[in-house]
Write a new protein. Sequence first.
Length: 222
Amino acid sequence: MNIEVNKDKAVVVFSGGQDSTTCLFWAKKRFKEVIAVSFDYGQKHKFELECAKAICKKHNVEYHSLDLTLLNQLAPNSLTRQDIEVDKDSPKEGTPNSFVDGRNLLFMSFVAVFAKQKGANHIITGVSQSDFSGYPDCRDVFIKSLNVTLNLAMDYQFVIHTPLMWIDKAETWKLADDLGVLDIVKNETLTCYNGIIGNGCGDCPACKLRKNGYLEFKRLYK
Ligand code: ZN
């Protein structure tokens, strides 16, 4: 089967949060056609997927949600199980309990299969080594290694882009501002563990991280 590679087409791994929404608009500036893909892995906050869908609808982006609930069956974790609380701080050793073995590897592999079917060779993901929270599969070396593996596995020229790899939360806000989408990212994305869009509940670890990044951005760049 020969699939023609379209160099103007890109697939974005999209969750409807601050990081992946910034990546979505980063991709929209660079590629003629952008498709967003979310994963349903039984996350506690189903609202996350609705939020992702709503952003795509509003900004005319083709949207797909792929079922990966199998992941939760394999590896119970704090992102999916109501009875496991998300670790507030990174543990001294090992990975935090919000880390799901193989999650990014699986997500990226499925996205690659999807992208090839769509004839796209660009894949964009919002992983970052700078705000490295102990996730081994968010590191640059993993993404580069995976890129080679995917190309060999499917005999296809994927190019994985990671616009946030070396920037922190404040610089991610700056990137959104530079792209002219600061208000969209501020008002339409969902980061809050309590499922509140935009500024969120203001109290959960995700909200605090987001707010601190925003304040730092305002302090440094505004
Ligand atoms: Zn919150």
